[in-house]
Design a binder for this molecule. Structure first.
Ligand code: FE
Length: 352
């Protein structure tokens, strides 16, 4: 399963760390300032291994996505941030539009990460890159909803589901990203009609997070809802009786398997606009695409690895089904392009 931590390279790496600590001037140079909206216990091993193998010490600032963006804006050109880790393409795109990232060119990243999981390439390279993926799936109550009526995202607007649909806020990045890709496919007119149809099907006004939607389906308040896979996986791997009871009552569908595939989003990283340690930042991004780091980055939050050819053995994801689902490969860069338009549509159709 996991790569052994004590690989033969360890001794050489330790020697490198010792040298760095002894030479104080050099120690100051070998630093990476990471602003992270991801905090999982397994991340520590991933960071420690980077430091051991490169001699680059990681200083971490942990905050939520909004907190990190606010901090970067407040710090401006004086910001010590080198790498920024955020969750969801909509958040990446929004921070990018606010000028908080800089483009980089990396042949390693281009080879390792599929192009649809990163920002559109500009003349100076690419800003944000995805390092893990999560699918946005449909969860439903099999006693109230037929599986063939929830096989696609488009069907969520079908009047058959009237009074059954629950979602978190339409403006939440997870929904904005999904809606941006569906609107891109359907076109503006049909896309807006789809959003309007979902509003007409709501069992209640949008509220809560993804886990709340799953629990509301289990309790009977809702018949169908949307969730990111890792929230469902957490419930599937939980040993608590109340979580097992929830899992027993719901079913998961990976939508659009017969067409474009299920929408997947990313947790990703970008080099900060005013990075002082740019080379270290690029080295860290390339490290995140390595099979070793991918295992920790993806598994730590029950996500799928983003790098081509990397497989992760995750029992919770397998238990949930769809381990080999067909994922939509529409470039997530369309999210960046459609964000403003989709928010205007949500306002018009009254999707709170
Ligand atoms: Fe989340």
């Amino acid at each position: 399963m996991r790569t052994p931590l004590f690989a033969p390279a360890t001794l050489a790496s330790l020697a490198l760390v010792t040298l760095t600590v002894v030479g104080q001037a050099h120690a100051q140079d070998k630093v990476l300032n990471l602003y992270s909206a991801r905090h999982y216990p397994t991340d520590e091993v991933m960071y420690d291994t980077f430091t051991r193998t490169t001699g680059i010490k990681i200083n971490r600032v942990d905050a939520d996505d909004a907190g990190i963006v606010a901090r970067l804006k407040a710090e401006g050109a004086a910001s010590p941030a080198d790498v920024v880790l955020l969750v969801d393409a909509a958040r990446m795109a929004s921070a990018d539009a606010q000028g908080l990232f800089q483009p980089i060119q990396s042949a390693k990243l281009n080879a390792a990460i599929p192009s649809h999981l990163r920002a559109a390439a500009g003349p100076s390279g690419v800003t944000w890159t995805g390092f893990s993926t999560r699918a946005r799936v449909i969860v439903f109550d099999p006693l109230r909803v037929k599986i063939e009526d929830v096989a696609t995202y488009e069907q969520l607007a079908d009047p058959k589901l009237k009074g059954l649909l629950c979602t978190r806020s339409g403006s939440h990045p997870y929904n904005m990203s999904l809606f941006a890709t569906v609107v891109e496919r359907l076109g503006d007119e049909k896309g807006e009609a789809w959003l309007k149809g979902m509003v007409a099907n709501m069992a209640r006004a949008p509220k809560g997070g993804d886990t709340d939607q799953i629990k509301a389906v289990a309790s009977g308040e809702c018949g169908v809802a949307l969730t990111n896979t890792y929230y469902a996986a957490r419930l599937f791997k939980s040993t608590k009786a109340e979580d097992k009871a929830v899992v027993d009552k719901v079913r998961i569908v990976f939508p659009n398997q017969g067409t474009q595939g299920t929408h997947v989003n990313i947790a990703g990283a970008a080099v900060a606009k005013y990075a002082k340690n740019r080379d270290h930042a690029v080295a860290f991004m390339e490290y995140l695409a390595s099979p070793f780091a991918q295992d920790y980055f993806a598994n730590g939050n029950n996500e799928y690895p983003a790098a081509i050819g990397v497989q992760v053995d995750n029992a919770a994801l397998k238990a949930m089904g769809g381990h080999h689902f067909k994922a939509d490969t529409i470039p997530l860069a369309v999210v960046a392009k459609n964000l403003t338009k989709v928010q205007q549509m949500l306002d018009r159709v009254g999707y709170k």
